[in-house]
Design a binder for this molecule. Structure first.
Ligand code: AMP
Ligand code: MG
Length: 338
């Protein structure tokens, strides 16, 4: 048990977090996507502590966060033409590239794979901690495995108090969903393993839309025992205690449906502050706002002892695809088409 310290995002707080990390410890840090649970990515014992604190399956690889662009070459073996184009455009930012790894990345970090996911976060506090520490940081989301990712300090406190020595306070995460994860096939096309704020359209704009492929696991359930390119996609995720159901159809028909299925413990996520004939939870109107608020809304269901929650189906374009991908997992793939 730790007496978990909340550190401010000041030079002193950053120094204290970096010292914990340099000594082989773990600490939660803010990034622009979600809060990360960080450890020295080159220290396999430190990385084991991450898996322990989160209760994370050991075959689920950790993303390695760097604090300088050139460090890609320290940890990745061979950066293809399209990888470099995308890195130049979207780094620092919410994009993770899965590339062949150098031996310096321990197998514990890469979940036993011969590749490594590399990300250069844009969040200034994250950059400062990484650079002060002097090592790349492995940092999966700072939640207990299976629960919604943490996007505000209180989420991290709720999940990690007593389990880790320190949390750096970074306020609210601006993106709210985890990074876009992609890899490259033999023809150097980008294969999207997990959608995020950097959209397929954004990626196509840089390397050509014919060079972008969405892997099947993005919008479909991965069959039991099937080998997946991105191990994280096979796990149930983001699930509150309530049953979550996605309703596909117009927003008006969604509202009618929830009203007709109203009852005690029933909640409906809504796009505005109108009054509704059921208990509503404000979610947001744009895909960007819904991305930022999704995990807070999901966590809010538990606080309200919700039994059943309905969500209108997000559009599957742009950032909406990332929102849909996370919501599908929270819903255990339950979609009702009206
Ligand atoms: P998290 O850090 O919790 O956002 O999860 C990171 C996710 O990125 C993992 O669950 C994987 O799905 C994906 N990932 C990270 N590294 C790799 C890799 N080397 N190969 C494939 N997928 C990866
Ligand atoms: Mg996670």
């Amino acid at each position: 048990m730790y007496d978990t310290k909340i550190l401010p995002p000041t030079p002193e707080g950053i120094r204290e977090a970096a010292e914990i990390l340099r000594n082989g410890g773990i600490a939660a840090i803010p990034t622009e996507t979600v809060y990360g649970l960080a450890a020295n990515a080159l220290d396999e014992n430190a990385c084991r502590e991450i898996f322990k604190a989160k209760g994370r399956p050991s075959d689920n690889p950790l993303i390695v966060h760097i604090g300088r662009f050139e460090d890609i070459y320290k940890y990745a073996e061979g950066v293809s033409g399209n990888a470099l184009r995308l890195a130049r455009e979207f780094m620092p930012g919410p994009l993770t590239m899965v590339l062949p790894k150098k031996d310096i990345i321990p197998a514990v970090t890469s979940g036993g794979l011969d590749t490594v996911g590399i990300r250069f976060p844009a969040n200034k506090t994250a950059q400062a901690v990484i650079n002060e520490c002097g090592y790349p940081l492995a940092a999966p989301s700072a939640n207990l495995s299976g629960s919604p990712s943490p996007t505000v300090l209180s989420h991290v406190v709720r999940d990690m108090s007593g389990r880790i020595p320190a949390i750096v306070d970074g306020g609210c995460c601006t993106v709210g969903v985890e990074s876009t994860v992609l890899t490259f096939d033999e023809e150097d096309r980008a294969v999207i393993l997990r959608p995020g704020f950097v959209t397929p359209e954004d990626i196509g704009g840089v390397i050509g839309e014919d060079n972008v492929i969405c892997s099947a696991g993005v919008t479909e359930r991965v069959a039991e025992g099937e080998r997946v390119l991105s191990p994280g996609m096979k796990y149930k995720h983001y699930a509150p205690k309530a049953n979550v159901t996605i309703i596909e159809g117009s927003y008006d028909r969604y509202v009618e449906y929830v009203a007709a299925h109203n009852g005690s413990g029933v909640f409906g996520a809504v796009e505005d502050n109108r009054s509704y004939p059921f208990s509503s939870l404000f979610w947001g109107a744009s895909p960007e706002e819904q991305a930022r608020r999704l995990f807070d809304v999901l966590r809010g269901l538990d606080d309200r002892n919700a039994v059943q929650a309905y969500f209108p189906c997000p559009g599957k374009k742009g950032v909406g695809l990332a929102v849909y991908n996370r919501l599908l997992r929270a819903a255990g793939f339950e979609v009702i088409r009206l």
